[in-house]
Design a protein around this ligand. Structure first.
Ligand code: FDA
Length: 309
């Protein structure tokens, strides 16, 4: 089943302040954090992005933060994006590096309108820099709101990307609705602990839904972005792309920084466009906990780092 006990435990720990302090103050755990996160500053993010671009990959930068209920924090998150977009333009990286934005980090929790206005500022700055924005998808209580904001942003910035999660029952219909010309859609399995009332309970069903949605997106006229590390899904999607006579570059693969780096380079060397999701910033804790929840091997690595001296 998708919701195994370890995963639930770790996702619960994601909200635990004591654990957050322990992780933040244990020096050796910082190495584990650095495997998945570029660093805390704009300069760190740009430096790691440049290395990835130099190795033939493309990048989407994520300034870490989520569930912001404070207007000033939302504003500082927007400013971080404006700052990094400026730097990408100055450094000539904007054609290979875009940004991913969580609406909950820029005010959606307070008010959808504030989230929209702030996301619009980031889209305007991205356009000026010569790149694009993708809106991450968060838990299912935000899906409708995020898709509404996406539709609104696309009226001015049609290349704004959205994300669909194959674990949700609703996603097949969303994929069909978003498969039109000009759309950019990232398809992932989904990373939040969701109830059975809205999400498929087994990995098998989540994978089957992924394949169906991938097919819908490839059959459409948009630009699908397949975010997965799953070797079976990568193989199936590649085959589907051939069947739909999709040339490499009319879709892309995406993986997280630090996860299957050799596979990222292999696909890229085979002529595929591969984009690495690269988070940075001080709020790395919730992100890290989701990565650990996904994979027991990551958790073992992390616990070893925490307990070894
Ligand atoms: P899954 O975790 O089921 O793993 C399947 C297989 O992949 C494993 O059996 C193994 O073979 C291989 N694998 C996985 N991790 C590995 C590792 N560390 N080393 C070696 N092999 C490994 N979620 C969300 O809810 N909203 C979002 O906006 C996004 N955005 C996003 C962007 C990008 C670029 C990615 C890659 C992912 C997301 N996600 C996300 C997260 C996503 O929903 C999902 O939780 C993770 O990608 C894990 O699912 P996988 O598809 O990788 O397969």
């Amino acid at each position: 089943p998708l919701v195994n006990p370890l995963r639930s435990l770790i996702l619960a720990a994601a909200g635990n302040d004591a654990l957050r302090r322990l992780v933040a103050t244990t020096p050796v755990s910082r190495d584990v954090v650095r495997r998945f996160v570029a660093g805390e500053t704009t300069a760190d993010a740009v430096a790691v992005a440049r290395d990835l671009v130099d190795s033939g990959l493309t990048v989407t930068l994520d300034h870490l933060g989520e569930d912001t209920t404070d207007k000033a924090l939302a504003e500082s998150s927007v400013r971080a994006y404006l700052d990094v977009l400026d730097r990408l333009r100055e450094e000539g990286l904007a054609s290979r590096v875009e940004v991913s934005v969580k609406l909950s980090a820029v005010g959606q929790v307070l008010d959808e309108r504030l989230g929209l206005d702030n996301a619009a500022r980031i889209c305007a700055a991205a356009e000026q820099a010569g790149t694009t924005v993708t809106l991450d998808m968060e838990d299912h209580t935000t899906t409708d709101s995020t898709l509404r904001v996406l539709a609104e942003l696309r009226r001015t910035w049609p290349s704004t990307g959205g994300v669909l999660q194959s674990y949700l029952h609703r996603t097949r219909a969303d994929a069909q609705a978003l498969a039109g010309a000009g759309s950019r859609v990232r398809l992932c399995k989904g990373a939040y602990a969701e109830p059975e009332s809205v999400a498929f309970p087994t990995m098998h069903e989540v994978d089957r839904s992924y394949v169906q949605c991938a097919n819908d997106l490839l059959a459409g006229e948009g630009y699908p972005m397949f975010a997965t590390h799953d070797p079976r899904l990568i193989e199936i999607v590649s085959e589907q792309a051939r069947l739909h006579e999709r040339a490499p570059g009319s879709y892309e693969f995406q993986m997280l920084h630090g996860v299957r780096p050799d596979e990222q380079l292999r696909l890229s060397a085979a002529g595929e466009t591969v984009r690495v999701y690269l988070p940075y910033g001080q709020e790395w804790y919730g992100y890290l906990m989701r990565r650990l929840a996904e994979r027991p091997a990551n958790t073992a690595l992390f616990l070893r780092a925490l307990t070894s001296r």
